[in-house]
Design a protein around this ligand. Structure first.
Ligand SMILES: [Zn+2]
Length: 240
């Protein structure tokens, strides 16, 4: 797959467009990526590039509208605010050698970085580390409730699912999005309970939801939160 990037300005909105040439694609498609806020255009072969560019031109208003409906980006910068545990926390650069200090009372995230250019990466690593610790703890808690054992808990930047679960040799391997650490704690708990319920039922049948409700409680509130606020989680760390 070959890629070409261009930048267009439409109504003051900067559109970063990435054309991906794909021989398997049958037609031109475009999608706004919520994480990097780039526009990805799938082009079915080199010959279709002129048609793809025309297609983008024709859909510029739609693209600008899609970008405008995304929640405001929350870049990782000193003095900026980001969503953490469902609340807005202030990011502060510190010169102490301790990697980071979370101050829940003051809603402050103190993050060390040796210079400005590495601050953003350090904030991201802090969030991943907090997400990993919290999700491991919750996974063990809910796995115990269903009498199952966990082999591995991993945390990534998943684009489509908040969590996924596979069972190998009777042991669970669960993968989560680090962005869940930005959601309220009850949402984080729900996703862990949901994935652990999959250790018993590997589907979304009524039996699965029964297990899920038994170990977690009322699943509607966290499900509604994720449905309505998912884009907020993708705005965390997004560049303006
Ligand atoms: Zn599921």
């Amino acid at each position: 797959m070959t890629s070409i990037s261009t930048t267009n300005i439409y109504n003051d909105a900067k559109l970063n467009i990435i054309y991906n040439n794909s021989h398997r694609a049958k037609k031109v498609t475009l999608k706004v990526n919520q994480i990097d806020r780039n526009i990805r255009v799938i082009v079915p072969g080199h010959k279709a590039f002129p048609a793809a560019k025309k297609f983008v031109e024709k859909n510029k208003v739609w693209i600008a509208h899609q970008l405008a409906t995304l929640p405001p980006a929350q870049p990782f910068e000193d003095g900026g605010f980001i969503l953490f545990h469902g609340e807005q926390y202030l990011l502060k650069h510190i010169s102490s050698p301790k990697e980071f200090i979370v101050d829940h009372e003051a809603r402050l995230l103190n993050v060390y970085s040796p210079d400005n250019s590495s601050f953003s990466g350090r904030v991201r690593r802090m969030l991943i580390s907090e997400a990993r610790a919290e999700l491991k703890r919750l996974t063990v808690y809910y796995a115990n409730k269903v009498c199952k054992e966990i082999h591995k808990v991993s945390v990534r930047d998943t684009a489509t699912r908040w969590g996924s679960c596979i069972t190998r040799n009777g042991l669970g391997n669960i993968n989560y999005s680090w962005r869940l650490i930005c959601a309220p704690s009850y949402v984080l708990s729900y996703v862990a309970a949901h994935e652990c319920a999959h250790l018993v039922e590997a589907n979304h049948s009524k039996d699965f939801w029964d297990v899920c409700s038994e170990i977690y409680g009322d699943v509607n509130r966290p499900r509604q939160w994720l449905k309505h606020n998912g884009p907020l989680l993708y705005a965390v760390g997004a560049k303006i």
